[in-house]
Ligand binder design. Structure first.
Ligand code: PL3
Ligand code: FE2
Ligand code: FE2
Length: 251
């Protein structure tokens, strides 16, 4: 299109070009090249993490339903959404010609997965909800919100649909904990102390690969903290309690 422009004044041309690009789509200026080997290599792990995360989220909601049988229907609905998410992200990898590194992803989740299983065995519902419906969902929301800004058009559309559901999932955990706050506060604090550092570690572990996808670590942390703190506030914790909980990430 620039060939068609016969403007001799280069300055005018430059400033026109900038205005056009800025006004049409400022984000697209920073989109990575989705076809490079380095992009695909990083994507093989990130995509696997997301696929594994969605599968485990499904399994976790089914497990949580065994602790709240009268919520079976609602929890089954959430679990079904997770399987849809998994399918969506599997398609994203296929679309880019990437094979997901599932062994890597299983290891990535193993510690958190183990803690969830222990809580489930003990019937510690508050801990299960904190791990799945608060920490993992807030982690997913932060990742998906940042990814949407730099994703290929196919993945962007899918991720936009997914992130809306994840807010519903976060909200589910939030409402249960809010209603039961008087009896679950202590367990909530304790479970957070153990599991928030794991989320922080996972974020650190994925940061290098994420940066290849043009996802910024600080931005991921910021998005996580927004979703996490918002939820704790809605649950009914005060500023000091929220600060204390968030602090668990930096020790
Ligand atoms: C809950 O519904 C799903 C849990 C998934 C956890 C995802 C964590 C993702 C961290 C990696 C960030 C990259 C996002 C890119 C998406 C292809
Ligand atoms: Fe999901
Ligand atoms: Fe979810």
């Amino acid at each position: 299109m620039h060939n068609e422009l016969k403007i001799t004044d280069m300055q005018t041309l430059e400033s026109n070009k900038q205005t056009i690009e800025e006004s049409s789509n400022p984000v697209s200026l920073n989109l990575p090249d989705f076809t490079t080997d380095s992009y695909k290599d990083a994507y093989s792990r990130i995509n696997a993490i997301v696929i594994e995360g969605e599968q485990e989220a499904h399994d976790n909601y089914i497990s949580i339903a065994t602790l709240i049988p009268n919520e079976l229907e609602e929890l089954t609905k959430l679990a079904r959404m997770e399987m849809k998410h998994k399918k969506g992200f599997t398609a994203c990898g296929r679309n880019l010609g990437v094979e997901a590194d599932m062994d890597f992803a299983k290891k990535f989740f193993s510690k958190l997965h183990g803690n969830f299983q222990i809580a489930l065995e003990k019937g510690n519902l508050t801990t299960c909800l904190l791990i799945q419906a608060i920490l993992i969902e807030a982690f997913a929301i932060s990742a998906y919100n940042v990814y949407i800004r730099v994703a290929d058009p196919f993945a962007k559309k899918i991720t936009e649909g997914v992130v809306k559901d994840e807010y519903l999932h976060l909200n589910y955990g939030q409402e249960w904990l809010k209603e039961n706050l008087s009896t679950c506060k202590e367990e909530l604090m304790e479970a957070n102390k153990v599991n928030l550092p794991l989320i922080k570690k996972m974020l650190d572990e994925v940061a290098d690969d994420a940066s290849v996808l043009a996802m910024d670590r600080e931005e991921l942390m910021e998005e996580f903290m927004i979703a996490y703190q918002d939820t704790l506030m809605e649950i009914g914790l005060d500023n000091r309690e929220i600060a204390r909980m968030a602090m668990a990430a930096i020790v």
